[in-house]
Design a protein around this ligand. Structure first.
Ligand code: HXC
Length: 267
């Protein structure tokens, strides 16, 4: 990652909890937060991946990991309590755990649809709900990770479209309910971000990748740093009047609808 445009120590002493934090966009956010001085707890299901990610983060600062499935409320409540015990009230919550695979609606079982709905929507609800009592009030900030599928219908993504629309409505509803307590809640809507599991699944192979890049208004895939910089802005004092926002960071992709992405995928 290249240098952050934010000042050193931006998040010094702040406490952050990030679900889905052992890979991809969420790990990029975790790294930026650790480098900015925060105590970061990352959460994931796979213990080996989690431990490897924590080790990498600890090279830059304060990081710990806690294994739990966002679909299990009690496990998340315990993970969040443990974070508070370790570091104190939580200043920043990032709900990034998400499921995805490309499949037509008739090609997925009811259980497949439910898996993504539960990881994305129920997992975001569980984490936010269990975190609320541990959040620093006033002053805490929540970021939910969404996707353009939340507002762009996309073939092969019925589960993700339904789930991310739900995530964004949770963001907007919680922003209303928690505003009085001084807790801000926003979504980040990442487009095609390089070197992520989501893009490996949705745009596999050089051919699809090149076609997709050619269709993007900014002519390149996003980077994990693009998303991390937006996350730093949202949790910083520069954004104290920003809540309930769906912050799109997609190089202009969603301006053009989902057709270009699907054509690149050969659908
Ligand atoms: C059809 C599939 C499938 C596929 C899994 N299933 N993959 N069905 N096509 N390709 C079905 C399984 O057969 C099973 O149904 C059900 O899904 C649950 O699978 P399990 O492996 O038992 O469950 P689980 O571990 O709970 O979840 C599976 C998973 C998850 C949802 C696929 O492992 C996952 O998504 N991993 C990828 C994580 C990821 O890429 N995250 C980034 C998301 S990016 P049956 O009926 O057989 O029991 C993103 C935004 C991208 O969301 C935006 C880009 C612009």
């Amino acid at each position: 990652m290249t240098q952050s445009v934010f000042r050193d120590g931006l998040l010094a002493g702040k406490v952050a909890f990030i679900t889905g934090g052992s890979s991809g966009i969420n790990l990029g956010i975790a790294e930026a937060f650790v480098k900015a001085g925060a105590h970061v707890t990352i959460n994931g299901r796979n213990v080996e991946k989690l431990e490897a990610a924590v080790k990498g983060l600890q090279a830059h600062g304060s990081a710990r990991g806690v294994a739990a499935d966002v679909r299990q409320y009690d496990a998340m409540a315990q993970a969040l309590q443990g974070t508070r015990d370790a570091h104190g009230e939580i200043d920043i919550l990032v709900c990034g755990a998400a499921g995805n695979f490309p499949a037509p609606a008739v090609g997925m079982s009811s259980n497949a649809f439910r898996s993504v709905m539960e990881i994305d929507v129920l997992g975001t609800f569980n984490t936010c709900r269990a975190a609320f009592e541990h959040l620093r009030k006033p002053g805490a900030s929540v970021i939910n990770i969404s996707a353009p599928q939340a507002y762009l219908p996309m073939a092969l993504q019925a589960h993700v479209c339904a789930a991310k629309a739900g995530v964004d409505m949770l963001t907007r509803t919680l922003a209303i309910e928690w505003g009085g307590a001084g807790v801000r809640v926003n979504s980040i809507v990442p487009g095609p971000i390089d070197d992520t599991e989501g893009m490996r699944r949705l745009a596999p192979g050089d051919d699809v990748r090149e076609k997709l890049i050619g269709s993007l208004p900014l002519g390149r895939f996003g980077t994990k740093q693009d998303i991390a910089q937006l996350a730093l802005f949202l949790v910083s004092d520069a954004a104290t009047y920003v809540t309930g926002s769906l912050m799109v960071c997609d190089g202009g992709q969603s301006l053009l609808g989902s057709g270009l992405m699907l054509r690149a995928m050969g659908v």
